[in-house]
Design a protein around this ligand. Structure first.
Ligand SMILES: Cc1ncc(COP(=O)(O)O)c(C=O)c1O
Length: 420
């Protein structure tokens, strides 16, 4: 179904857009987007199997099966399932010996979730923030080059919203300066850069299976790598410092129990089976939004889009920039409030750049944090609107209806501004 600008306006004119805003007591106009998380008979059968096996913990055979299949899907030989995607980042750094000296530095983007940065400090190392590119909202290789010091040990690109970072350029920088490349792919299951999956570019890559993520077991994480030595080290850190094939009560490094349970492993195996179909569906609906939002600038959102190198985008979040002028000065917060009331799962995203987070200003941590000049990250904080991933799991009609909801909000911009 191809809809022209005119059709969007006309359909909206006949129905939804003329309605009273839900915020003012009208009927919510958004479609019932699919719920998240999703599960089916595959999860139920897997959970029952683990339950009946009596092996509920991290040594259930479903775990190595998941590790192998998930790693293979992301172009890597080894996978280590873990309790979450924060500890996995910290363990990945520790496996490389980063943080043994607290002056070891890791470069992290300023516009990302807190855990990308906190994991560096949890590993014992120091943080240096760098800015993002304005198109992909991922780590800018030029900013990274400028941030490198003699203390730099690793670079952590984040595939924010599911858009792969510029992995070719960052890999080249890491080669040139002999640095570890650690991909934070917490939001990017199934994404690819120049046709090669995220997870296969870094020395190590980290995924999250926390409740909001595109694959979830409520909680969970995974490190994937093609380096056997690093895989064994992460495994040891995850398993109380044991050696693979070694004795149960012999401990060689200061590890802990970071294991994923068998129940979570079974859930994730089931979800891996749906990953490709869901990635494709999100990409199809995102393409409609990209095209229609560009053709209808009066709706007030312009998609950040994707770079040609982002050959697969996981769309953990659909990100666009809000143009306040297009809606006659209506604030972004009020715009999002109206959309949310209509039933669109949306937000204004991260409320500040990580450089400004209170915890990094404390006496204890501030000496280990170097903030940066990060205008693109600050701009993203100020002007983006996020639609969360389940918005893209509906039908084509749902996506067109979302555009009509935007038209409804646009038509009511005056009332929204005056508040009645
Ligand atoms: C970019 C990023 N990195 C790391 C994490 C941490 O993952 P977890 O919540 O599984 O610890 C998340 C999400 O929570 C994330 O969005």
């Amino acid at each position: 179904m191809q809809t022209s600008n005119k059709d969007v306006a006309e359909t909206a004119g006949q129905s939804i857009a003329e309605g009273k805003l839900a915020l003012f007591g009208g009927e919510a106009a958004a479609p019932a987007f699919p719920a998240w998380p999703q599960s089916g008979p595959e999860e139920e059968a897997g959970l029952l199997e683990v339950l009946r096996s009596g092996e509920w913990g991290g040594y259930n055979p479903v775990i190595p099966e998941l590790e192998q299949k998930f790693a293979a899907r992301h172009g890597a030989r080894y996978g280590i399932a873990m309790a979450n995607g924060t500890l996995s980042l910290a363990a990945a750094l520790q496996a490389c010996g980063i943080g043994e000296d607290p002056t070891d530095e890791v470069i992290v983007p300023s516009y990302t979730f807190f855990a990308s940065a906190s994991s560096v400090l949890l590993a014992g190392a120091s943080l240096r923030f760098a800015d993002i590119e304005p198109v992909s909202l991922t780590l800018d290789p030029a900013a990274v080059e400028a941030a490198i010091t003699p203390r730099t040990r690793a670079i952590m690109p984040v595939h924010f919203a599911g858009h792969p970072a510029n992995l070719a350029a960052l890999q080249e920088i890491c080669r040139k300066h002999n640095l570890v490349l650690l991909e934070d792919a917490a939001q990017a299951h199934g994404a690819a850069f120049r046709g090669k999956p995220v997870g296969s570019w870094g020395d190590l890559s980290s995924f999250s299976f926390q409740a909001s993520k595109n694959m979830t077991a409520g909680e969970g994480g995974m490190i994937v790598t093609n380096n056997e030595d690093l895989a064994n080290k992460v495994w040891g850190l995850t398993n109380q410092g044991r050696k693979k094939g070694g004795k149960w009560y012999e401990h060689y490094v200061l590890g802990a129990n970071y294991r994923l349970t068998g129940f979570q492993g079974a859930m994730l195996l089931a979800q891996l089976g749906r990953l490709d179909a869901q990635v494709n569906l999100r990409q199809q609906n995102a393409a409609i939004l990209d095209r229609e939002l560009r053709a209808n600038p009066q709706l007030g959102l312009s998609p950040i889009g994707r770079t040609p190198d982002a050959t697969s985008h996981a769309y953990h979040i659909y990100v666009s920039r809000y143009n306040q002028e297009a809606l006659d000065g209506l604030s972004r917060e009020r715009f999002v409030e109206a959309l949310a009331a209509e039933g669109v799962p949306c937000s204004t995203g991260y409320p500040m750049v990580l450089d400004d987070q209170p915890v990094f200003q404390t006496e204890k941590l501030a000496p280990r944090v170097t903030t940066g000049d990060v205008p693109h990250s600050r701009q993203a904080v100020a002007d983006v609107v996020w639609f969360i991933q389940r918005v893209l799991l509906g039908t084509e009609q749902d996506t067109y209806r979302l555009l009509e909801v935007l038209e409804k909000v646009r038509r009511n911009r005056g009332k929204l501004k005056s508040g009645n």
